[in-house]
Design a protein around this ligand. Sequence first.
Ligand SMILES: Nc1ncnc2c1ncn2[C@@H]1O[C@H](COP(=O)(O)OP(=O)(O)O)[C@@H](O)[C@H]1O
Ligand SMILES: [Mg+2]
Length: 379
Amino acid sequence: METPFLYGRIAENENFTDRDSEVEFLVRNFESLINTIIISPRRWGKTSLVNKAARILREKEADVLICQVDIFNCRTEEEFYTAFANAVLRSAATAWEEFVRGVKKYLGQLAPIVSMSDEGQTYEFSFGLSFKDANLSYDEILDLPQTIANDKGKKVIVCIDEFQNINEYGDSPAFQRKLRAHWQKHSSVAYCLYGSKRHMLLDIFNSYNMPFYKFGDILFLQKIKKEEWIPFISRRFADTGKRIAPELSGLIADKMRNHPYYTQQLSQQVWLRTPPDAECTLAIVEEAFRALIDQLSLLFANIVDALTPRQIGFLLAVADGVTNFSSREVLERYKLGTSSNIKNLRNATLEKDLIDLLPGGRIEMQDPAFEYWLKHVYR
Ligand SMILES: Nc1ncnc2c1ncn2[C@@H]1O[C@H](COP(=O)(O)OP(=O)(O)O)[C@@H](O)[C@H]1O
Ligand SMILES: [Mg+2]
């Protein structure tokens, strides 16, 4: 039997809840060709949101091409160009022959090699050996969306996931200048750039002296609210013949601090433990939560192993909700050394994606299960 909750994959259709205003905002920006930047910690729903907006737009407008590319695995500029061009060309082609024609037509002089895999289910091209040495300008690649827009008389929306990765390329500022210089001339194309490393993305998009400053609207995606989770969880139980009281649905969301991925994961565990046609109980929720923390504890132990004692102390302080880290009492209780360490501790844990800086300067643990584990199991 299919389970009613989903995590670790794109949430769509009946698995997708809330986000009405964000979806509307994004669709409107796509339609008006306004560039958009979306920032949130990982597993809060960026990919699912963009995917939903793209689907709606596809249904609404026939003269628009939407291209989605994830550059998580692109470690160099060259890999970026290849992934980018492949995605753009694929979005413009409905069949293999058309794809091959596109590659030849637009990128012929870059000596591309086209290949097909999974019996024609997917196809891609790569660049021949000459690519690296040929001193090519890549202008054709960066201008590809606009070229195709002109050719087909359509608007093009380019969505790039995990965009902060470009920060790691050789000369990133130069690369960013190049991207911006090309993209800002594209009058029929909108770019939607999103990712999870808030501090990196803010460096790219919100620093006055960086090329992408004021490139587009910035959307800070929030978690899904408890008021949305309660009817969602209850409905998914009801859809499968089981029942859960609103208080218990709310408790699931509370335990996971409304974190989208974890709330779905815990819901799933609770649902699995609830017998067919029965009603969920408090004991089931508590048991599912304990089991989940248990299941994750090896992972958390590994994270802690890679931290210094002061970093661990700092995380414990964050988990306890401390706000004034440089007070003498806090420094002593959590063994943080002197107040001059705080900035380093904050930056180190931020870079490891363990904490998140909220607007207003408050600090929060990114992972609610890790937070619980630190406070109640590790301590
Ligand atoms: N709108 C939503 N409704 C319900 N669950 C969601 C929603 N968005 C995300 N989730 C949950 O969070 C998980 C991660 O979503 P994803 O879109 O991959 O996040 P991100 O791209 O920010 O890492 C999904 O697998 C799903 O469990
Ligand atoms: Mg994602």
